[in-house]
Unconditional design. Structure first.
Length: 138
């Protein structure tokens, strides 16, 4: 289901930080290469303008990448996403809180130790072997 956040998504946010690091290293390398070009090239090619553009692009891309990393981590943080979630060790712990689930229900103990996909039911299983309901009178 597209609404459920995969357990790996929170850690995958470091991908954005890695992209910023790659862009930073490659841009710094390009600026160094630009500085050490022969003097003849500096007379013909506007290397100063190219260098300034590279620095501006680096700052903008780094800001966007770090902001994307920050947004990803803050929005997928387990304490925010699963604010009302119940901690669990096995699927039975989730059933003990939510009640008996229908066949094929996604009510399971997730990878991070929280119940997920449970529907709150009022059909809690009791410890007694049988439970009789009292007749209702109007």
């Amino acid at each position: 289901m597209i609404v459920n956040v995969p357990s790996w998504a929170y850690d995958f946010c470091y991908f954005y930080l890695a992209l910023v690091a790659v862009l930073f290293v490659s841009t710094v390398y390009l600026i160094i290469e630009l500085i050490f070009l022969p003097a003849v090239v500096h007379k013909v090619v506007p290397t100063t303008r190219i260098g300034i553009n590279l620095v501006v692009n680096l700052v903008v891309m780094a800001a966007i990448g770090v902001m994307q990393f920050w947004i990803c981590r803050s929005s997928l943080k387990p304490s925010k996403v699963e604010k009302f979630a119940v901690t669990c060790g096995k699927d039975e712990d989730c059933t003990a809180v939510a009640g008996t689930q229908r066949e094929g229900s996604p009510c399971t103990c997730g990878a991070r130790g929280f119940c997920g996909g449970c529907a709150m039911n009022s059909n809690m299983e009791s410890g007694r072997a049988s439970m009789e309901l009292a007749p209702m009178s109007l």
